[in-house]
Design a protein around this ligand. Structure first.
Ligand code: DGI
Ligand code: FE
Ligand code: FE
Length: 190
């Protein structure tokens, strides 16, 4: 980490709209809290929370430029769902532009939207902090907040189930990383 949290916050404030900036601060606080509770690196968790949505307000044209610059190829599902782009571009931004050379942080940001099979602890924490941060409001948010304080793995399972159901109800294509994460957990139960 080369910059202070305040310096990263200044960069974020320039790149994000006020609501998304506030969301990032809330996810950072929640990721810190979960890291403390579940024995992950609190500084890395806070930084992941701050930076995870850093390219969320980037438009399609700039996104295409980022993918071109870093030779990132999107698959068919990614191409069809713009919402999946910011975790791919965001992890590249954090690595190449902010020069944060840390594989754990890269992985957490890269998979914060879809999750994947074999999620490392820090990645799970960011994934869940994005669901339970204090700015969040969706049908099951209170259930998720209760669960995350009892068991990280139960909360992770619930979050994946909720996401798969929600996407299916909305007739959205489901990314293979999401399905692999979901199947891994459901197979463990058997
Ligand atoms: O960036 P945030 O809003 O804080 O949260 P996020 O990065 O988890 O993004 C959530 C959005 O991503 C939500 O609108 C659903 C979408 N999404 C997540 N997984 C998939 C997906 N969309 C598709 N089509 N397929 C997925 O597997
Ligand atoms: Fe996101
Ligand atoms: Fe987010």
């Amino acid at each position: 980490m080369h910059k202070s949290y305040d310096e990263y916050k200044k960069i974020l404030e320039l790149r994000l709209n006020p609501k998304r900036y506030y969301h990032s601060l809330c996810v950072a606080d929640e990721a810190y809290r979960l890291a403390q509770k579940y024995g992950a690196d609190t500084k890395k968790a806070y930084l992941c929370g701050l930076l995870h949505d850093i390219t969320k307000n980037v438009d399609e044209k700039e996104h295409r430029m980022i993918f071109e610059k870093y030779s990132i190829k999107l698959n068919e599902i990614e191409n069809s769902a713009e919402k999946l782009w910011h975790s791919i571009s965001g992890s590249a931004y954090v690595k190449f532009v902010l020069e944060i050379d840390d594989e754990e942080i890269f992985d957490a940001i890269r998979y914060h939207t879809t999750a994947k099979a074999n999620m490392p602890l820090l990645s799970k924490i960011l994934y869940l902090a994005d669901f339970t941060s204090k700015d969040r409001d969706y049908d099951d948010v209170e259930v998720m907040r209760k669960l995350v304080d009892i068991s990280l793995d139960d909360a992770y399972k619930y979050a994946l189930s909720y996401t798969v159901k929600d996407l299916a109800e909305k007739n959205c294509a489901i990314h293979l990383d999401t399905l692999n994460a979901y199947n891994e957990i459901m197979l463990k139960e058997k």
